[in-house]
Ligand binder design. Structure first.
Ligand code: SAM
Length: 358
């Protein structure tokens, strides 16, 4: 990539959603989890709770958040069972999320159970506020790595965006995670225009200094308050151009079978890596391989789709593993070609990010 900020930055995967008729006419009952457009699903995101100890402005309102009743939340055994069935259908990576996964009591035990299922990659996304004391225990239980969300490197602004918690605690959690071997560490930054987009270069310098992969995420219309506006989205292309003007970067070729949402870039001088998740400006639905399990046991095939298939009912009414497998297959099979954020008739999903699990 040229060092000039005027050089348009080409995102690695400007993949358009597949269009036209589905590749296959009927849902296969064996083989990998495939949708009607041929996308094979190998990545499961499991929300273990809709509760969170923060109230980030792009996610939750400051007050009055209704939470699911305890009885509706899947037990660890129920989650592990669905995970096992997913593994048997070819799912190779599992990420725990929420809400804030670490506010769910005893999460280490769930990690222990999941580690016996045999995923290639078992990870956790967390806000880092209560991670440090349990990082080593999580690693011993079989967790491979963590992504830590941190939207500002300035204590006052951190408090303004996250409304609760402290930057210092999260920075300590990053050190603790690395010391425990939960690496490579990724740092998630949701950029909002006029709020924290003046910190792009600070975060790039942070990535270079600590060897942590900072991933700049475009603000998506998934905030519970419905306040998202398109002009608040900071296009990933601009982020890359700004970084490139200070420290030249080049695209990292994705490894075979790695449809991770982030487009990866490395600093040309060997100073580490950054990533961008351009969900709004350059959707990567064409290579999407993710499905989700919500805390109350609904399988979702897309953050932005309201299509849900409940496995909780099956789990609690004597359903077999084959029944669960069929539910997973049905959900994936019903996936639309794209999330549709940029379509004129786009409707926000009824559940927000903290309810679905990011
Ligand atoms: N509580 C954990 C955390 O903060 O990382 C895990 C759950 S959180 C919903 C997962 C990720 O979604 C975080 O990186 C968060 O910043 C991101 N996120 C939440 N709302 C978002 C939105 N409206 N647009 C883009 N990213 C969002």
């Amino acid at each position: 990539m040229n060092a000039s900020s005027e050089v348009p930055v080409v995102l690695r995967r400007g993949v358009r959603p597949p269009s036209g008729a589905p590749a296959q006419a009927s849902m296969p009952l064996e083989g990998p989890l495939v949708d009607g457009y041929g996308r094979v699903h190998t990545d499961l995101r499991v929300s273990v709770t809709d509760r969170c100890n923060l109230r980030c402005v792009y996610c939750l309102p400051e007050e009055g958040v209704p939470f699911l009743p305890r009885a509706e939340i899947l037990s660890f055994e129920e989650i592990a069972r669905v995970a096992g069935v997913a593994r048997s259908l070819g799912v190779r990576s599992l990420r725990l999320t929420g809400g804030e996964p670490l506010v769910r009591r005893g999460l280490v035990e769930l990690v222990r159970q999941l580690s016996t299922v045999g995923f290639d990659d078992l990870s956790l996304t967390t806000n880092g506020t209560v991670l440090a004391p349990v990082a080593a225990e999580l690693a011993r239980a079989g967790l491979h790595r963590v992504n830590i969300s941190c939207d500002s490197l300035r204590p006052d602004r951190f408090a303004q965006i996250r409304r609760r918690g402290q930057l210092a605690t999260v920075l300590v959690a990053m050190d603790a995670a690395e010391a425990a071997g939960l690496a490579p560490l990724k740092v998630n930054v949701v950029l909002i225009s006029g709020v924290n987009d003046d910190e792009v270069l600070d975060f790039a310098a942070f990535a270079r200094r600590y060897g942590r992969t900072v991933r700049f995420i475009e603000f998506m219309p998934l905030d519970a308050e419905g306040g998202w506006r398109r002009d608040q989205v900071v296009p990933s292309e601009d982020v890359l151009a700004r970084i490139n003007a200070s420290w030249p970067i080049e695209a990292v070729k994705p490894s075979e079978g790695d449809p991770a949402p982030a487009d990866r870039y490395r600093f040309c001088d060997g100073g580490g890596e950054i990533g961008v998740v351009a969900s709004v400006t350059r959707p990567f639905c064409g290579t999407c391989n993710r499905l989700r399990l919500t805390a109350d046991g609904a399988v979702r095939n897309c953050l932005f789709s309201d299509d849900e298939v409940s496995v909780r009912t099956l789990l609690r009414s004597g359903g077999s593993d084959e029944d669960i497998a069929l539910a997973l297959r049905r959900s994936v099979w019903g996936k639309l070609p794209g999330h549709g954020i940029n379509d004129p008739g786009f409707l926000r999903p009824s559940r927000s990010m903290s309810m679905i699990g990011g």
